[in-house]
Design a protein around this ligand. Sequence first.
Ligand code: NAG
Ligand code: NAG
Ligand code: NAG
Ligand code: NAG
Ligand code: NAG
Ligand code: NAG
Ligand code: NAG
Ligand code: NAG
Length: 767
Amino acid sequence: MEMDVGVLLAVLVLVSSAASTQGDGDSFTVTVNTNGSYSIAVQGNIWLKSAPTFVRVNGQIYSTADGSLKLLQTTGTSGTDFIGKWQSTSFLYQADTCRFLASIYFYTPDPSIFSYNNPPEQFLLFKQTYLTQTNGTKAGSVDETIAGFPGFVVKEPSIPLGYLSYGGGQFGYGMKTFGQFGPKLNISSGIESGPLSIFDRVKTPNTLILSPASSFMSANLWRQNTSTGSNLYWGTMGSVTDVPANFETSTILFYSNQGINKGFVSWGQILQKWYGRDNSFVKSDFTNNYLGYWTDNGAYYYYHTEPKKDYQDTILDIVTSIKDTGIPFRYLQFDSWWYYKGAGNGVKTWESTPEVFPDGMQWLYNKTRFPISAHNRYWASDTTYAKQNGGQYSFIVEGTKALPLDQIFWDDLLSNGRKWGLVTYEQDWLQGEFGGVPSLTEDVYLAEMWLNQMGRGAAKNDLTIQYCMALCRHALHAISIPVVTQVRASTDYHPGRQQWRIGVTSLLAWAIGIAPFKDNFWTTTVQPRGLHTDRTEPYPELNALVATLSTGPVGPSDMIGKFNKTIIMKSVNSEGLILKPSRPATAIDNMIRRLAWNDFEGQDGEVWSTYSDFGESNKYGIVLAADLQGNYTMTPCMAGFQGFPKSMVFPAKDPNKVQLLTDPQPLQMSGCTMVDFCLYYVSPVVTFQGHQVLIQGELDKWVPMSPQRVVDINVDVSDINVRIAGGANEIVNFWFNTDGVSKGLTCDINDSGFASISYKSWGCTSE
Ligand SMILES: *[C@@H]1O[C@H](CO)[C@@H](O)[C@H](O)[C@H]1NC(C)=O
Ligand SMILES: *[C@@H]1O[C@H](CO)[C@@H](O)[C@H](O)[C@H]1NC(C)=O
Ligand SMILES: *[C@@H]1O[C@H](CO)[C@@H](O)[C@H](O)[C@H]1NC(C)=O
Ligand SMILES: *[C@@H]1O[C@H](CO)[C@@H](O)[C@H](O)[C@H]1NC(C)=O
Ligand SMILES: *[C@@H]1O[C@H](CO)[C@@H](O)[C@H](O)[C@H]1NC(C)=O
Ligand SMILES: *[C@@H]1O[C@H](CO)[C@@H](O)[C@H](O)[C@H]1NC(C)=O
Ligand SMILES: *[C@@H]1O[C@H](CO)[C@@H](O)[C@H](O)[C@H]1NC(C)=O
Ligand SMILES: *[C@@H]1O[C@H](CO)[C@@H](O)[C@H](O)[C@H]1NC(C)=O
């Protein structure tokens, strides 16, 4: 159906069909005027009003503000696609000799896309289409946009609205900001921008999430200062010089009435659906699943070897010590210390130098048989792979950096890595490469070509990729590259540096289906060393716990002889399989709102939650509170545990101290520091033969009810059976609480790797 509504309707209102849970009005409304302006209302209050639409063409700005951008036609259409039902309004504009289409799609997505769907969430898609080849688009700065649609005027809202803005390095960790939405907002603008979320103060916050929905590598959010305040614009980055005909870029404005956490998850589910993301790579990724030994920044052996030894002998010593201690490390990470550097300290040749490994990588791999996660950085202008330098492959060389252009380059590079044990390719300095090769920011397709080629090269060689020093744009683009399975979610580790606070970036990573990585950590506080003599790690347990709850890699980085096996084994089974929850632990909504408003009655400090999911009525929660000032009272709803069965909560340190967890009987937390953090477990209440039983699980692990350990739970009138998996001949201590009293039983898993626990007969049988 297509109709010309331009002259028929003065105002087209696209209204949510979802019934409001809070009042009589509709929850989410967009009003689109025939002159091209629009506004967004939530629960009947206007949250956002449009700023003028503009396009840069042949060095001029054409805007609806002064009529220089001419509206030729307004069209209304509706339809259905694999996301759901939509209605759209399109504005056809003329700017100089070029035509530009600005469309607003109002989507009611198919509820089956979401894991939370009561009522279904809705969203708008703002689409820009360059119908003609458009030249002279470049703006004053790379951080601006070459066209602005959607655009919103930032002014004091009629009701208090807060925001969370992701931005800056390490996937939005570097410049994530919070505050009151209004003229004083402080957000990353331009190349370093990321998703923006706006929310209110009601019990379960209404939440809007705005982000690019396509062309992630070339899309910006630009904060334009005006005489009266500012406008926020989404569009293509300001350095793009010309745009090919039919280039399209879009922005999503997602609405959820389920809060910030669930809103982000649903927003991400739409994007994942759109790009057909296949999560099997994240789930099966070796380095996401097994314990690894790390040598990157902050690690004991980062640019540092054993006294009077080279790296080769140091690695061999590490491997010997791993075997001696019996700690089940399963792979090694080699950081930037192993390959040839060239101009600007970029990578010249991605091969080991004879000073580092005199016998070569393959010899070392033959000797250790440890799979490798290997670091790489930006390409140097004198890279030996480039034709310009006598190599075989096409590169763009600009300044001190270079960019590979051929798919075959990545295929060859990564296939070569397979010979020395490569399993995960760690692409670091993504931000540095993007900012260092000007062509990458001048063209709308080049940057995504770079990442797509890398992804295809990895996929062809059965490798996974970790993104490090990614901007939000890189990780968002990776939604369509399923072998990108991990992303660094905070700044580099250094003993004592507080980079464990990944609860907010983990939310973004989880939403887009990529595991967040905390980086390496020391498990022993003091480790004597030349380079880091002044550094100590006061919080080894907190670091280990955070890594385990991330669902991403767990990578201790201690000196030989300084592994704390007790701490390390709390993360893994006897074969080094990480015992993790079903999703990363993320900052609870009220922590985010307290960061936005310091008068918000929320906690001052870190409170995160996560859970292990064994199906509808079998969810086991985990709550972590650390560095908390004062006391905090949390209901299950505040923890994000809506829809969990009737449950009880107990502190990790005292499994006898059980209490019901309901809205009238919330969890009281106090004295939660970084050394003495508060960790709570939540188990459904099972009524068994007149007794109240909690399956508490393996309490000597951080995650006592991990799907990696517990493969099946079966409760019926005759027994409570728990089937567990483990390493050959692993001993598992498994706990139940009966009427308030906790008791553990010991289970000896034989070679089969599986055993069944019977509560009734209080024992365990190998299979
Ligand atoms: C567009 O129309 C709306 C509704 O009539 C009006 O409020 C707004 O001022 C108009 N905007 C422009 C730029 O003319
Ligand atoms: C735009 O620029 C390209 C290359 O710079 C040129 O080939 C083309 O003719 C130009 N198109 C227009 C419409 O100016
Ligand atoms: C904006 O936020 C950043 C990151 O928190 C902070 O470093 C900076 O000082 C803030 N700027 C202003 C003007 O408040
Ligand atoms: C725009 O305003 C913000 C906040 O006042 C300020 O931090 C920023 O530097 C300004 N940007 C420009 C380009 O003037
Ligand atoms: C490594 O082992 C493979 C297979 O056994 C062998 O072909 C290769 O020559 C060895 N390489 C080195 C450098 O030792
Ligand atoms: C290992 O860590 C635990 C928990 O922090 C501590 O009690 C123990 O003393 C540590 N072991 C060693 C050998 O340092
Ligand atoms: C915080 O909780 C502790 C332990 O329950 C209690 O002793 C203390 O009085 C509480 N403090 C405040 C300020 O409520
Ligand atoms: C493991 O236990 C099962 C059941 O008790 C038994 O049938 C099997 O032979 C055992 N396997 C080994 C290698 O002991």
